[in-house]
Design a protein around this ligand. Structure first.
Ligand code: 4AD
Ligand code: MG
Length: 447
């Protein structure tokens, strides 16, 4: 019996007859030949129908089969370097074909240029395009590699709540929802605080889930709903945290480079820059970063850039700063020791320099900027209480969190990596909205 085969496995079936189940992505007709580019979810494959091999009526149907028709194709596999497709290099000589459903209307995403808003409105169809397919396949591998590395390195998966009573990353970006007699609840900005409880039982943990930020930012790096993986470790200081991060990120890169070659190639991603990345990653302090920025400002001829890079000690970096900084490194770069005033309430102060905290951001090269934010956490109860007050956070909501400093407090650290930021960097895309199947931004909750 003829086997149903997935396109990504087609190389194993040369000279055999196989069945491909999929959709017609593109069709060209040249005399006695019809070329169908068929996608089946695992790849894109050229299927060639030759008039003399098929019944006249079927061949005629194939000459007209519309884009996105669902089809079942039977045929013989041939290796041919020239055959287009993803990964390409193979084609099927059609011996039989069944058209399950052929669109009767014009397909909205016909193969031509479309505007950004138009494709976003048709995200449910846009997902079928090779670029989107490749990006989201890479995303799945990133997620698989994330879990694999953490699972193999002693981190226990702990799912943290989405409905939460308080802010973690600042009160200005909270999504609020009515919550029975309790008044309101907020969608989680981070699972970190709960993970800090979890490490006292499990040592090393991670949570991984959707994260919500009512960010007013309309940049190509911001979503209102994104996925974040947050590892947290007991008995871990800032230096140890950076070692974990660089191993983790390198593992993810290696998996993608190994398993998603065809997808990266189809996106025309220059992978040579990714291949060079190995630990250790460079580490610079916030103060050093400011010096580098001052130097860049001094040397640039571009007055607009000089304006954008204007910064004083105590200010957070914006996208232009991160872009310029990472442009100077071939690897991701750690920037540690940010001013306390721009970071969250829970960060451990720098010994002898309370205006600086033991935070670290990991900035991706090629201008991609922050993909990871992390820190050592405050372990002293009195200091934590003071910080909550300074940040106007209600002590009552943090009673349980303060208990963690009462019963067996230890130095501990953790970080959060944004999946879509990471996928944007690895795939080399310009806008984060393509790194998630159905993006949510300030201006969009449809489809
Ligand atoms: O730096 P952030 O805000 O850190 C935290 O939430 C910590 N509680 C994490 C921790 O220590 N457990 O966010 C972490 C990462 C960022 O580096 C970025 O990759 C991503 O989450 N991120 C966003 N991604 C897309 N859209 C947004 N609006 C994002 N905000 C943060
Ligand atoms: Mg951050």
């Amino acid at each position: 019996m003829t086997q149903i085969v997935r396109v990504e496995e087609i190389h194993k079936y040369v000279d055999q007859e196989v069945i491909i189940q999929g959709w017609v992505y593109n069709r060209t007709h040249k005399g006695k030949l019809v070329f169908l580019l068929v996608r089946d979810g695992s790849g894109f494959l050229q299927c060639v129908a030759f008039k003399n091999d098929l019944e006249a009526e079927l061949f005629d149907q194939l000459t007209r089969v519309p884009q996105e028709s669902s089809v079942i194709i039977t045929g013989k596999v041939r290796a041919d370097q020239r055959a287009p497709g993803i990964p390409g290099g193979y084609e099927v000589g059609v011996t039989h074909a069944q058209i399950l459903q052929a669109p009767e209307e014009e397909y909205p995403l016909a193969l031509k240029e479309h505007g950004v808003e138009f494709v976003l409105d048709h995200r449910h169809l846009w997902l079928r395009m090779p670029s989107q397919w490749a990006i989201l396949r890479i995303r799945a591998t990133v997620i698989s590699a994330v879990r694999e590395w953490l699972d193999q390195n002693g981190f226990i998966n702990m799912d943290t709540p989405i409905l939460t009573p308080a802010a973690c990353e600042g009160t200005t970006t909270l999504f609020e929802t009515p919550y029975f007699d309790e008044g309101v609840a907020y969608l989680a900005q981070s699972g970190q605080l709960y993970n800090e409880a979890n490490i006292f039982s499990f040592g090393r943990v991670y949570c991984f889930g959707p994260t919500f930020r009512a960010e007013k930012s309309k940049t190509r790096r911001h979503l209102t709903e994104f996925w974040m993986v947050e590892p947290e470790a007991a008995f871990c200081d800032l230096d140890q945290l950076m070692e974990i991060e660089e191993q983790f990120v390198t593992h993810i890169l290696k998996r993608v480079l190994k398993e998603r070659k065809a997808e990266l190639a189809s996106l025309e991603r220059d992978t040579s820059v990714l291949e060079k990345i190995e630990p250790p990653f460079p580490r610079i302090s916030y103060d050093e970063a400011l010096e580098m920025l001052a130097d860049i400002r001094e040397k640039t001829e571009d007055s607009e850039l000089r304006e954008q890079l204007q910064i004083e000690w105590g200010m957070d970096f914006g996208s232009p700063h991160e872009t310029e900084l990472t442009g100077r490194f071939e690897k991701p770069v750690f920037v540690y020791g940010y001013p306390t005033q721009v970071k969250a309430f829970y960060m451990e102060p720098w010994p002898g320099r309370p205006e600086v905290c033991k935070s670290v951001d990991l900035l991706a090269p090629e201008g991609y900027g922050e993909i990871i934010g992390g820190s050592e956490r405050i372990s002293n109860l009195d200091l934590l209480r003071r910080r909550l007050h300074e940040h106007n956070l209600p002590e009552d909501a943090f009673r349980w969190y303060m208990d963690l400093r009462r019963f067996g407090s230890v130095p501990h650290s953790g970080f959060g990596m944004g999946i879509e930021r990471t996928v944007s960097w690895i795939t080399g895309i310009k806008h984060i909205r393509e790194a998630i199947p159905f993006p949510r931004t300030i201006k969009r909750v449809y489809p």
